[in-house]
Design a protein around this ligand. Sequence first.
Ligand code: CA2
Length: 144
Amino acid sequence: MILLLHGANLNLLGEREPRIYGTATLADYVAATTAAAKTSGHTVEALQSNHEGELIDAIHGARGRAAAIIINPGAFTHYSWAIHDALAAFEGPVIEVHISNPNAREPWRHTSVVAPVAIGSIMGLGMHGYELAVAAVSRVLAAK
Ligand code: CA2
């Protein structure tokens, strides 16, 4: 099972800011990720939360249960050392995904505190980024 986590405000996808985030909803992202995972024999469990602690609890709960974590932490990306530490305690591969390219936006988005505990970061590719994350995770897990 791959745990797919979304952080703050990503429940609003498809409802506002289509110029930056497009028109796909969070449900569309989860469906595309689930479909991509299915083709490589994986299932997906998805959670979105606007609460840092709930994401941390989900990461703790993934230990010994999930093979990998794909996470778009939203703005938590830029300052949540608590999510960083929780991910560091997870034994499997972690991939960080962003719909937009934070490096092409405001300077405060240029730092990711999650990136150091991810095997890779994919950004700016919208929905395709999630499919690439699944492909990467599948390859890493198959090589284990
Ligand atoms: O590009 C991404 O995926 C982000 O993680 C999205 C976060 C942002 O803080 C990161 O810097 C980059 C923000 C998500 C807010 O999503 C909204 C979607 C629709 C309407 C309003 C907010």
